[in-house]
Design a protein around this ligand. Structure first.
Ligand code: PMP
Length: 350
């Protein structure tokens, strides 16, 4: 009895989502917020967490946290919130729920790999529509393909990962209006773009908004949320594992999101640093920088494997997207010091 005989061929063919060992490195590979919480807040949080009853299961739907998120994140009246163990969990929940036999998932590509991975897990057919050369969105081509494929599910990352590009809102509205399936607006990076469809949920019956607190500064607690009409949320809630958001995550998020301004302040620092980093990257010979409204840049270099290894040798970890994305690295915006280290190392590594 070997796995090769028993495991589904499409799973055998997959590669596990790779995460490089970052021990002792300047970590610019995963779009994390580089800033810790202020020390006083950390001490207060420790006190709060010390009171959590670890012997009890979580309140299953995270009622209090859902209410706080609705209030703090501008979820419109009448819409509901579903919590996930990261937004990865919610991508899986939505995909599983919509994976009727023969159902199609569509997305512009390149994009976040978890969409296609979940299509594979659930037996959905994944249809990737290429972005233009410069990674801008060709809405007409996408809509034409939608007419042929009639997807049950469309993922739009707003802004997109790994490119950082923010598609024009009007183009996405055209897609939502032309789509007979559900559109998931994945707003993982919305704090860095300042754009959102949250306030427009009421306008479309087939739209839900997916968010995460990961990029905001809480990647370690694993918390995502999905906002949408109660009738969608009710179905997805059936697929959710009963206790998918643990007590420590719920308690930490309740405490920290009540003080959201601390994280928003950090995001605004990151946005300022993004502009400085962009200018400096553009100054490097042979480097193409794609426009980003997120907390990272996609850059094209003459030899991505060489640059990646050169950076690694100098203690800087970025994401190597080559050969899938020819000649491309993705670099997260770090602290001013980290960005300086990156630039010096990259000059050396090119
Ligand atoms: N959506 C997008 C577009 C992402 O880039 C990521 C993380 N790389 C996620 C969702 C998942 O984030 P998390 O599971 O940490 O919430």
């Amino acid at each position: 009895m070997t796995p090769q005989k028993l495991v589904r061929p499409e799973i055998l063919a997959l590669k596990a989502y790779g995460v490089a060992d970052a021990g002792g490195m300047v970590k610019l590979d995963a779009m994390e917020n580089p800033y810790p919480l202020p020390p006083a807040m950390r001490r207060e949080l420790a006190e709060v967490l010390s009171r959590v009853d670890l012997n009890r299961y979580p309140e299953p739907s995270g009622r209090e946290l859902r209410a706080l998120i609705a209030r703090k994140m501008g979820v419109p009246q009448g819409m509901e919130v579903l919590l996930g163990n990261g937004s990865d969990d919610l991508i899986q929940i939505v995909t599983l729920a919509l994976a009727r036999p023969g159902a199609v998932m569509m997305y512009p590509a390149p994009t976040f790999v978890m969409y296609s991975m979940n299509a594979t897990f659930s037996g959905m057919k994944a249809v990737a529509v290429p972005l233009r050369e410069d990674f801008s969105f060709d809405a007409a081509a996408f809509i034409e393909r939608m007419r042929a494929e009639r997807p049950a599910l469309v993922f739009l990352a707003y802004p997109n990962n790994p490119t950082g590009v923010l598609y024009p809102e009007a183009d996405l509205v055209r897609v939502i209006e032309a789509c007979e399936g559900l559109v998931v607006m994945d707003e993982a990076y919305h704090v860095f773009a300042g754009r959102t469809f949250m306030g427009r949920l009421n306008e479309f019956r087939n739209l839900v908004v997916l968010r995460t607190v990961s990029k905001l500064g809480l990647a370690g607690i694993r918390l995502g949320y999905l906002a949408g009409r109660p009738e969608w949320i009710a179905e997805f809630n059936k697929v959710r594992q009963a206790y998918n958001v643990n007590v420590l995550t719920q308690a930490a998020a309740l405490f920290i999101l009540e003080r959201l301004e601390v994280l928003e302040e950090q995001a605004s620092l990151i946005r300022k640093e993004r502009e400085i980093l962009k200018k400096n990257l553009l100054g490097l010979k042979g480097v193409t920088v794609f426009p980003s409204e997120a907390n990272f840049f996609l850059v094209r270099v003459p030899d991505a494997d060489r640059a990646y290894e050169g950076l690694r040798r100098q203690g800087v970890l970025v994401r190597n997207l080559h050969p899938g994305l020819k000649g491309c690295l993705r670099v997260t915006v770090g602290t001013p010091d980290e960005n300086r280290v990156l630039l010096t190392a990259l000059r050396e590594a090119l």
